[in-house]
Each structure stands twice: as structure tokens, then as C-alpha cells.
Write a protein that binds this ligand. Structure first.
Ligand SMILES: Cc1cc2nc3c(=O)[nH]c(=O)nc-3n(C[C@H](O)[C@H](O)[C@H](O)COP(=O)(O)O)c2cc1C
Length: 269
């Protein structure tokens, strides 16, 4: 299956079969995790944990046999790097038939931080359960309804050319699909804080801030969303044979007050 198809089919999974994951599947995922890179070049550490052994659970989940925690040093751009790299790992898991969901809030954070051995210089922004997806529970359906998980904003509200007044028209199917992959990305409370402005051949990524997503334990949760979005954009283009390069240089385009420039992606054939 192509990465684009995996991105289209992915959804948060919160109900799992009460079954262990095959060792061979788990080993393949752990091997994959070792070689994940991110364009910020910040190391992301993954810890795989048995739910029963460590007494781990989350009120929004049921049946999950395992968890993965992602850890990063408390540095600039750590959230974006964690978002990018951990999403790659989750998409790999999805392509292998497993279910995942980003969890940054609905868990007993201390329990997970102790179980994964988080050090003082690190943050554990998010975790994911890992398991075989089961039929959605009533609770899960209600939760999806609550955050409008099955809807996304229209591309005209998210992607622009030159300035915020002109919606972006993709100039190729590859760019069209990469933008669609951004639009379909998961985000905290489905806030979809990513905005992109194309100017001078660079795709500039911005964060549209909502209140209440910044904390000492996580950092800025919506910067994780941006990291995920950049990963989706890169993955689709790289799969189509295009090169992507991350550049951090604010183009100074006038934007809404609640928007913050994060990074730009240069695309080349
Ligand atoms: C950074 C981040 C944090 C999230 N935290 C939680 C969480 O604490 N609990 C939860 O149930 N879902 C959480 N989610 C999942 C979102 O609610 C979900 O991605 C969104 O509603 C869209 O649904 P979908 O992933 O099925 O497309 C989180 C997602 C992201 C990206």
C-alpha cells in the first residue's frame, strides 16, 4: 500500500482486540523505529511497554496490549521533531495492520513517565497504544463525535498562495495529494492548526494557535501537530520521487495574530 493510501485509511483506534502482538511484527516495528530520521535532526527515543506489566491504561482506550512512548530532550523544535518522527512510526504500524492513536492528554502522565524511564532533561509529549484494531466501542464512537473526528476543514481555509487572501491551487497531482495528506492528518482535539502559504517556491508552514495547548510536561502540543503535517507532506512527495528539504527562515508574510511561522519545505524534482 502506498503511504498516501495509508494516510487516507488511518484513523485513531481506541478499541483493541485483547490479543498480544506477534513477536515478529513487533521486532519489525522496533527495527524500523531505530532508523527514523526527522529534518530537525533531534533524537527521538521510543520505549515499547507491555500494558499489563506496567499497569498502564487510559480512560479512552480498551483492550490495548501495549504502549509506545516517545521521548525528546527539552530543546527548541523538540515538539515538531517528535510529531514528525512518531507519526512515521505510527504510519508504519498502521501499514502493518496495527491500530494507534496519539495520546497527549487522556492518561495518567506520571505513571507513563515513570514506566518509560523519562529523565529530567527529557519530555514525553505523547504516547500511543499499539494493538490489533477491534470494532469501535460506543464510547469510542461518542468520543469521535465529540471532537468531530470525521471532518476536516476545506483546503481553501488551510492552504494559500503568496498571502492569506489567495487560496492555493496545486500545480500538480503530487502537490495536490501532499496537501490532502496534510489536511487528513491527526491533530490534538482535531483543531487542524496547520496553515501553509506557498511563496517563492517554498511551502511555509504556520501554526494557528488555540488557547490551552502549552504546558511544561508536553511543550506546545500544536507544534506536534505541525510536525505530523510536515511528515505527511514529505512522505507523499518523497514516495513520488520528489525531494523535500526543511528550511527555517520566516518569509515575513503578514498573517493573522494567532499564527506563528514554524518552518518551510523546499520541493524539488
Ligand atoms: C498531538 C495529539 C494529541 C492527541 N491527544 C489525544 C488524547 O489525549 N486523547 C485522545 O483520545 N485522542 C487524542 N488525539 C487524537 C485526536 O483526537 C484525533 O487525531 C482527531 O480527533 C482526529 O481523528 P482521527 O485521528 O481519527 O482522524 C491526539 C492527537 C494528536 C495529534
Amino acid at each position: 500500500m502506498s503511504v498516501f493510501e495509508t494516510i487516507r485509511q488511518r484513523r485513531s483506534v481506541r478499541t483493541f482486540e485483547k490479543k498480544k502482538i506477534d513477536n515478529s511484527v513487533l521486532e519489525e516495528l522496533k527495527e524500523y523505529a531505530k532508523q527514523i530520521e526527522n529534518p530537525w535532526n533531534i533524537e527521538v527515543r521510543y520505549v515499547f511497554m507491555d500494558a499489563e506489566e506496567y499497569g498502564l491504561s487510559s480512560p479512552v482506550l480498551s483492550g490495548e496490549p501495549m504502549y509506545i512512548a516517545a521521548l525528546v530532550d527539552k530543546t527548541d523544535h523538540a515538539e515538531e521533531a517528535a510529531g514528525y518522527a512518531f507519526e512515521k512510526l505510527m504510519l508504519k504500524a498502521v501499514s502493518m495492520g496495527l491500530g494507534t492513536v496519539w495520546i497527549g492528554g487522556t492518561m495518567k502522565r506520571e505513571l507513563f513517565e515513570t514506566a518509560c524511564g523519562k529523565t529530567d532533561r527529557e519530555r514525553m509529549p505523547c504516547i500511543t497504544p499499539l494493538g490489533i484494531p477491534a470494532k469501535m466501542s460506543f464510547k469510542e464512537k461518542m468520543m469521535r463525535k465529540g471532537v468531530g473526528a470525521d471532518t476536516r476543514m476545506k483546503s481553501e481555509k488551510l492552504f494559500f498562495a503568496e498571502d492569506m487572501d489567495h487560496p492555493l491551487k496545486a500545480d500538480s497531482m503530487d502537490i495536490h495529494d501532499a496537501l490532502e495528506a496534510v489536511r487528513l492528518a491527526p491533530s490534538a482535539v482535531n483543531k487542524q492548526p496547520w496553515r501553509i502559504i506557498l511563496k517563492d517556491g517554498l511551502y511555509h508552514f504556520y501554526e494557528k494557535h488555540a488557547k490551552g495547548y502549552n504546558s511544561d510536561a508536553v511543550g506546545d502540543m500544536q507544534k506536534i501537530d505541525i510536525g505530523i503535517a510536515v511528515a505527511h507532506f514529505d512522505l507523499v512527495l518523497n514516495e513520488r520521487g520528489l525531494q523535500t528539504e526543511l528550511v527555517i527562515s520566516d518569509p515575513g508574510i503578514p498573517v493573522d495574530e494567532d499564527m506563528e511561522y514554524i518552518a518551510s519545505v523546499k520541493v524539488s524534482r
